[in-house]
Design a protein around this ligand. Sequence first.
Ligand code: HEC
Ligand code: HEC
Length: 293
Amino acid sequence: MAKKEIDQHSGIETTGHEWDGLKELNNPLPRWWVYIFYACIVWSVGYFVLYPAWPGITGYTAGILGHSSRLEAIADVEALKTVREASAKDLVTASFDQIRAKPALMEFALANGRAAFANNCAPCHGTGATGSTGYPNLQDDDWLWGGKIDDIATTIRYGIRSTSDQTRVSQMQTFGPPPGGGDPVLKKDEIAAIADFVFSLSNPDYKAAGIDNGKKIFAENCIACHGEDAKGNQELGAPNLTDKIWLYSGTRDAIVAQVTNPRHGVMPTWDGKLDDMTIKSLALYVHDLGGGK
Ligand code: HEC
Ligand code: HEC
């Protein structure tokens, strides 16, 4: 160890370290620093006593306050549950208008609806609810069975052509050859003419010889459900045939196929599978996607 000496210039002891003739003075640490250092030691002792601190082989020193972030999280979850239960009760008893008038309750319903949609509806309607062939887009304002909040709630609760005895139901009949054999309602060339007419409704520039005849056959066979103006009927789930929005496809071939041998889309019933609160939340969520009436 280097020998200690007093620096002649300043009168302060040196540490004995020397570099090329430069010597290090052994100045004491500033007072304020030392006090903070002692305060930290005192504080840490208090902390060890009060809070969990030292790890052991099988556990840890818990501290006399018994604090644990896990317990804190459990308490938070419990508090959240209480708030949720109150909101859930409100959702079941309030009318749609009352829910909409309360921003906090509406926000709760939408969050709840969004989660339930991802779990139950997205497999068919898509995560963004934009649908795909045979599965309607729920974001647009084109509705098969109605876009008012009560219509949507009914559709969700009882389904479409579902197993519920209160299901929405209607059946476009087969105009081509019946499955069991026999005469078709409409011959091939009549169906072709109808397809020309229906196709022309959303494609005004389309010209075909069959359109005029198709219009007549349409009036005789189709308006009961699709309406005189072909704009559909939501009581029967009959789509608007004049817009560019198609449940199946808008090609002329697809129209021929639908008339010859129609498809009957099925949407399951959620009555009994989802509780009232969830069905209401889903109706509000779907209505709020943008297309609600
Ligand atoms: C198994 C597939 C499937 C699932 C799951 C499903 N849907 Fe549907 N949904 C359909 C089909 C198919 C239709 C259209 C039926 C038809 O042709 O009329 C439909 C129609 C609808 C309609 C009516 C749209 C309109 O234009 O009137 C709404 C609303 C709807 N679904 C909401 C939901 C919600 C909310 C859920 C989740 C709770 C859900 N669907 C789950 C298949 C499904
Ligand atoms: C009994 C009522 C009814 C009659 C009559 C009827 N339809 Fe339909 N039509 C429907 C329903 C309901 C749907 C929706 C089917 C579904 O949701 O799967 C539909 C769907 C269609 C579609 C598919 C639309 C799309 O968006 O993909 C076309 C095209 C169509 N009908 C044309 C006709 C034509 C043409 C006639 C007359 C020859 C006719 N329909 C007669 C009830 C009817």
